[in-house]
Design a protein around this ligand. Structure first.
Ligand code: CA
Length: 403
């Protein structure tokens, strides 16, 4: 897009509004303001103009301010009540030490506009710690902060917690099929943990197919945005426009998730029963723990690749019994190692002791083999706990267990 054409036809610059939906109410809770340029009958995105580094910064700034003003005009004129998500560059934020942007917003207060309706979208790339002070000040005025364009490539997402963002915005572009790459899943998982810790909500954007919506729902997305729901438009929409569809989809996701969980519980149930049988048979003959591991290895030949027993504090009472290239071996170097530092370890021991039943873990990557696994743990008695790592091949063959 030719920058001079834009600059000489500023009356053709206009905002478009893309609805953002909430997972808890299935209605529109806000709109992201996007830049458009009316070229004859055609409405073009101003994205290329803003991304073009050849364009002088003052041009960007001018068009940016114009867009925001026009968006605020339309917003106040239409008496819209949803939130307004405004993309904000560091340049516009820093102008006149932050006063310029604030005065721009405040100039609409006489038309009934409230600062609490504003969510500032600050790109991760633009985010600098010297903005923190300003952001914190804006927050005291009721303005909310969203960090935009979070991706796997963001080296250190934790530094963002300094500005206490309200929303973390994640693009689901990368995720077009169910065979999504595992690293991306891990990235989103840690992001959702971070969001939870710092009290931020996740907003998933670029939702273009149903699978992405399901993914967003499953990964703790509180807000959704994308073509699959609504395209950006020059006007605002009734807030209930997608309510029926979202509600229906949500019910499908719940059903699917429940079925998957049920499969996991059924597997846990059957492992529990089979271990019980082996344990009571072996205990009558022998009190060697290694012998018990060998017998369990035979029984669960097709399912597991590692077995060991720990005490209630996580110290290993046996070597690891490990299937290496199809052969079971004892690994004495694991004897007396301590695993209490692992996430959920002690919590799980207490659960097993209280319920006198085994537990199946969530899906995670094994620290040594790097493969996805689940661990089944089982209380042999008050002081001895059996751990059985389930192989990836087995989980893969059982529909629903890699979910
Ligand atoms: Ca944005």
């Amino acid at each position: 897009m030719d920058a001079l054409e834009v600059m000489s036809h500023l009356d053709q610059v206009m905002p478009a509004f893309q609805p953002i939906f909430s997972a808890d109410e299935h209605r529109i809770i806000g709109y992201e303001v996007l830049g458009r340029f009316k070229d004859g009958e055609e409405i073009k995105s101003l994205g290329p103009f803003f991304e073009d580094e050849e364009v002088p910064e003052e041009y960007h700034l001018e068009v940016d301010c114009l867009l925001i003003s026009k968006a605020l005009d339309l917003y106040t004129d239409s008496n819209e009540q949803a939130m307004l998500f405004i993309n904000c560059t560091a340049a516009i934020l820093m102008k006149e030490d932050g006063e310029f942007f604030l005065q721009l917003l405040k100039s609409y207060e006489s038309k009934g506009f409230k600062l609490e309706k504003v969510v500032l979208e600050i790109s991760e790339r633009d985010y600098r710690t010297n903005l923190e002070h300003l952001i914190r000040y804006y927050k005291t005025l009721g303005i909310r902060i969203a960090i935009d364009h979070l991706s796997e490539n963001n080296a250190n997402i934790h530094r963002l917690s300094g500005c206490a963002p309200d929303i973390l915005k994640v693009n689901l572009d990368m995720l077009r099929s169910e065979s999504a790459n595992h690293n991306y899943n891990d990235f989103l998982y840690s992001l959702s943990m971070l969001a939870r810790k710092i009290g931020a909500s996740l907003l998933f954007e670029s939702i273009e197919v149903e699978y992405q919506l399901q993914y967003a729902w499953k990964h703790g997305g509180r807000y959704y945005q994308g073509f699959y729901l609504e395209k950006p438009d020059l006007s605002f929409k009734p807030s209930e426009i997608m309510r029926e569809k979202l509600r229906r989809k949500c019910q499908e996701f719940i059903l699917h998730e429940k079925r998957s969980l049920e499969k996991v519980y059924m597997l846990a149930e059957s492992i529990q029963n089979e271990i019980q049988t082996v344990v009571s048979r072996v205990m009558k003959q022998h009190d060697s723990k290694e012998y018990l591991l060998e017998e369990l290895g035979k029984k669960f030949e097709m399912m597991c690749f590692r077995l060991y027993i720990c005490d209630e504090n996580g110290f290993e009472l046996t070597p690891n019994y490990f299937k290496k290239s199809g052969e079971w071996i004892f690994q004495p170097e694991y004897f007396d190692k301590n695993w209490s530092w692992r996430p959920y370890f002690l919590e799980n021991i207490l659960k097993m002791r209280k319920n006198k039943r085994g537990l199946i873990s969530d899906l995670y990557s094994d620290i040594e083999t790097g493969e996805l696994t689940r661990t089944f743990s089982y209380p042999l008695n008050e002081h001895e706990y059996l751990f059985m790592d389930i192989s990836y091949e087995f989980l893969f063959e059982q529909d629903g267990l890699l979910y």
